[in-house]
Ligand binder design. Sequence first.
Ligand SMILES: Cc1cc2nc3c(=O)[nH]c(=O)nc-3n(C[C@H](O)[C@H](O)[C@H](O)COP(=O)(O)O)c2cc1C
Length: 155
Amino acid sequence: MSKILVAYFSQSGNTARAAEAVARAVGAKTYEIEPSEKYPADYNKCIAEAKREREADARPALKSSPAEAVKEADIVFLGYPIWWYDAPMLIYSFIDACDFKGKRVIPFATSGGSGMSGSDERIAKEAGVKKETGYISRFRLNVSEIEKWAKNAVG
Ligand SMILES: Cc1cc2nc3c(=O)[nH]c(=O)nc-3n(C[C@H](O)[C@H](O)[C@H](O)COP(=O)(O)O)c2cc1C
């Protein structure tokens, strides 16, 4: 049996709900990716901060190291909100902090309407793994659909 981890970052709860559904579907633990300094709760301030980070291709500091949690897993589901037509830069900090050699990294994202926007390709490239077919939840989460997708993804 493959060991599965559902790692996710969520600013306002949507991706957290998606991550819970994935974890339930495949019988895995969740791991919350957190920044060392929380993003502003104010939407406009958060938007501005995320834009700055993306333009600088920043790697914001993580609250704690994810390396050990990831080390134990064979399959890592990686969930995040779409920020500025990409994954939040914090996701790339997470990738930089881990070794994905020999593992599968399967992305899922929530958005206000955008698609994966190439974040799935970028994640595969930065993690040094094969690109997987991810799941994008636009607007509202369809729990039964994401559960079905997750089960399918791990066969
Ligand atoms: C900083 C920021 C940037 C965003 N950029 C996009 C975007 O480019 N496209 C989009 O469809 N939604 C965008 N959104 C909306 C979020 O992707 C959406 O609300 C998502 O479900 C939030 O997930 P969360 O609750 O897990 O944080 C953005 C939201 C924030 C806060």
